[in-house]
Design a protein around this ligand. Structure first.
Ligand SMILES: NC(=O)c1ccc[n+]([C@@H]2O[C@H](COP(=O)([O-])OP(=O)(O)OC[C@H]3O[C@@H](n4cnc5c(N)ncnc54)[C@H](O)[C@@H]3O)[C@@H](O)[C@H]2O)c1
Length: 101
């Protein structure tokens, strides 16, 4: 049994760079990952990478700083996975992600 099996991780800015590395690591440990990025293509690419390596992921493109986004982010997890509890949410915001519009 993997360490994060049954957990759902929300990872913002995970289409590239550090966020991507975090998403891939969490997935390799068994978490189902909701991959967010401003840009849809890299987010979809990360989802594909995770699925190809036997993991579980879904993309949720959008600006993490937008007021309506958090609800959509969590809703994506609830719609695709078994649900959420506070111990299964792993929000990660790379440093500059919040400064990009
Ligand atoms: N790469 C390094 O070695 C390093 C070292 C120390 C600190 N940092 C800092 O860590 C942060 C991330 O670095 P990185 O190299 O992973 O950057 P990156 O540009 O490769 O990746 C950031 C990702 O976040 C996405 N993003 C940006 N704003 C967003 C928003 N509002 N909503 C959703 N997604 C958004 C971008 O589209 C991009 O895909 C930066 O602040 C960087 O300065 C990086």
């Amino acid at each position: 049994m993997k360490k994060l099996e049954g957990k759902v991780a929300l990872v913002s800015g995970s289409g590239r760079g550090i966020g991507r590395a975090i998403a891939l690591k969490l997935a390799s440990e068994g978490a189902s990952v909701v991959v967010n990025d401003l840009d849809a293509d890299p987010a979809a690419e990360v989802v594909e990478m995770i699925r190809k390596s036997g993991g579980e992921a879904v993309a949720c493109a959008g600006n993490v700083t937008a007021s309506e986004f958090p609800e959509r982010f969590v809703r994506t997890a609830l719609d695709h996975y078994r649900g959420l509890d506070t111990s299964s949410i792993t929000p990660v915001i790379p440093g500059t992600a919040s400064s990009r519009k």
